[in-house]
Design a protein around this ligand. Structure first.
Ligand SMILES: [Zn+2]
Length: 144
């Protein structure tokens, strides 16, 4: 049986593909929120200036009326930690009191690069990164 982390990350990667036509210059990111082995909310990156995948998933949870406190968040890229066009997603996840965050990889963007994960370490839920080194976006056109 597949490890649940890889299974749910695969779902997040699939979702990220939907954002690919919209997101440039931002990376296409997918996000699923899981509780008790079930996806309760999901989202993917909207067009530049729009919501990041994590915020889309949080909005989706609100729309569905599901409680994500203590749930696990799978996201294909480290949640951002800087105020760009939008407030940092890492902060939003911390504020929503999610139980755990699993990122597929660190953000190669030097503005983030580990700082998103560090925000969780400092103030939030346990966070893990499946791939240690930054690299090309997972699920992107040139994986590797
Ligand atoms: Zn973000």
């Amino acid at each position: 049986m597949q490890h649940p982390d890889s299974y749910f990350m695969e779902q997040a990667i699939r979702l990220s593909a939907k954002g690919r036509p919209l997101s440039p210059p931002n990376p296409a990111v997918g996000c699923v929120i899981v509780r008790d082995g079930e996806i309760i909310a999901s989202g993917f990156t909207q067009k530049a200036g729009g919501h990041h995948a994590e915020i889309e998933a949080l909005t989706d949870a609100e729309r569905r009326g599901v409680n994500i406190e203590g749930a696990t968040v799978y996201v294909t890229l480290e949640p951002c930690s800087h105020y760009g066009r939008t407030p940092p997603c890492a902060l939003a996840l911390i504020n929503h009191r999610v139980g755990r965050v699993v990122a597929a990889m660190k953000d190669p963007n030097p503005l983030v690069a580990g700082k998103g994960l560090a925000m969780f370490e400092a103030a939030g839920p346990p966070a893990a990164c499946l791939r240690k080194r930054p690299g090309k976006a997972i699920g992107g056109s040139s994986p590797g």
